[in-house]
Design a binder for this molecule. Structure first.
Ligand code: BG6
Length: 481
């Protein structure tokens, strides 16, 4: 039996019927089902709840098949393996319905039955774990059946594929749902180490005074992945690395890194400050973007034989405000790369006067920086120069480390989706993106989407195309040790 996690005085969510669209997709299998199970085991789900999986007929399942499918997903991807009463209680609350596109009545009936079984006041939660072009159909059917009442809706990223489609999607959702019901999810905002940037910056005077152009030379946000597209060819062809990762996750991380201090951590002030960064973000210049495609991508199922979709992207972004003017933000991500990492590097300027004999001419390029490793469980490292012991004044590189795993109880950690699903059930929008911010990011992206730079091939297992160093020159990519 697992021990419930501490609630720290937070209320338990109201009873819920949770409907997951796209239940046969990669996301539901890797994150949503395992995440819901961990929340259940940790005692963070409501007193009573039902989870309805939804898919179209070729992927439809009987209830028993769905329970088996969920069991496999939890076995494979959850930290808590499914067993005993914890699993049987969870499994008993799973049900399956056909996507409303193909069977409008199936979902309405499943929701009504679930609500009856629970009784009393039950909230509805719809998680649209489906591609942007499939969302509209689901939303209008929910609306047509009156299923939007007492409901909250989670929309997966990317929200649209460009400015026009994002505006259109927003209009479709707001026809049935109020803004307070809409949760545009970007799961990087739910990562412990990304939230911790707020603590690092605004709970300490140690770092925040450095956090500006006078001290910072460059910032890197680097998310290389060893994963391939994992059979998601059809989805990936419509998104590519830029839409899948940059205009979404990496820009949100940039927003948290570059924002001013919010007046509080509640939704409006927090999101106002992040969106102000996006207002200051300069439109991307395709000349400052390197797109790559791994060798063999064209042979993946679902990929067009002449596809120019990028599986790798590295770019320079600029935040034109008084805090960050002139400081390059280097962003990089890609599939089938040498290592899977999630790292932010804050490269600090060299001191103006170089009084140490071996300090000249950039002799220590790797000193003088802060690295935030935001892959769970996360860590922070400060690199600096120190006097080496001995009669001479010789400098050597030194480090200070903070590891979540060593400093805090790791068992209290919630994976990003778990944290965010819980926040949705509690109605807290602080860690969710807003339509004005998203639309601004599509504006920033427009020059690249209209005039994409050509894709360069790279070998699987490498660090991307050969010309990658050019994106950060005269600086260098910080690679994991
Ligand atoms: C998803 C992308 O949003 O984020 C995937 O669609 C990517 O392509 C994933 O692999 C990375 O997130 P995490 O939290 O699993 O590292």
């Amino acid at each position: 039996m697992s021990t419930p996690l501490p609630q720290n005085g937070r209320p338990r969510p109201d009873n819920h019927v949770i409907v997951v669209f796209g239940i046969r997709g990669d996301l539901a299998k890797r994150k949503i089902l395992p995440g819901l199970y961990h929340l259940a085991v940790a005692g963070l789900l409501p007193d009573d709840y039902r989870i309805i999986g939804c898919a179209r007929p070729p992927s439809a399942m009987t209830v028993d098949e769905f329970r088996e499918y969920a069991f496999d997903a939890v076995c494979q991807f959850a930290s808590d393996k499914p067993a005993g009463k914890e699993w049987s209680d969870f499994a008993a609350r799973l049900n399956f319905a056909i996507d409303p596109d193909d069977g409008p009545q199936s979902l309405a009936t499943a929701v009504a039955t679930a609500e009856e079984e629970i009784g009393g006041n039950v909230r509805r939660l719809y998680h649209l774990a489906i591609p942007p072009d499939a969302m509209q159909g689901v939303i209008s059917l929910l609306g047509a059946k009156g299923l939007q009442k007492n409901a909250r809706i989670i929309c997966e990223k990317p929200f649209g594929v460009d400015l026009a489609s994002a505006v259109k999607l927003d209009a479709e959702i707001t026809e049935y749902f109020d803004e307070s019901q809409i949760f545009r999810i970007d799961h990087f905002l739910g990562k412990e180490s990304i939230d911790n940037i707020l603590a690092l910056r605004f709970a300490n005077e140690l770092f925040e005074p450095l956090w500006r152009r006078s001290h910072v030379k460059y910032v890197q946000i680097d998310v290389p992945e060893t994963l391939s597209i994992e059979g998601r060819g059809a989805f990936y062809e419509g998104t590519g690395a830029f839409r899948d990762m940059v205009v979404t996750h990496l820009f949100q991380v940039l927003g948290i890194l570059a924002m001013e201090q919010p007046t509080s951590l509640t939704a409006r002030p927090l999101r106002n400050e992040i969106d102000k960064v996006f207002e200051s973000l300069r439109a991307l210049d395709p000349e400052e973007v390197l797109r790559g495609q791994y060798e063999g991508y064209l042979d993946e199922p679902g990929v067009a034989p002449d596809s120019s979709t990028e599986t790798f992207i590295a770019l320079r972004a600029w935040v034109d405000n008084s805090r960050w003017m002139g400081v390059p933000f280097y962003l990089r991500t890609g599939k089938c790369l040498a290592e899977s990492r999630q790292m932010i590097t804050i490269g600090l300027r060299e001191p103006v006067m170089e009084i140490f004999p071996d300090q000249k001419n950039g002799a220590h390029p790797d000193a003088n920086k802060i690295i935030i490793d935001f892959k769970d469980p996360g860590s922070i490292h400060a690199y600096f120069l120190a006097k080496q012991p001995g009669p001479e004044m010789a400098l050597g590189q030194a480090r200070m480390h903070f590891h979540y795993r060593e400093s805090f109880q790791e068992k209290n950690n919630l994976e990003a989706y778990e944290r965010l699903l819980l926040e949705v059930m509690l109605g807290n929008q602080s860690l969710f993106t807003r339509s004005d911010g998203i639309e601004r990011l599509w504006e920033v992206a427009a020059p690249l989407l209209e005039h994409p730079s050509p894709v360069e091939a790279y070998a699987k297992g490498s660090w991307g195309p050969r010309s990658i160093e050019g994106v950060v020159a005269p600086n260098r990519w910080t690679l994991p040790e």
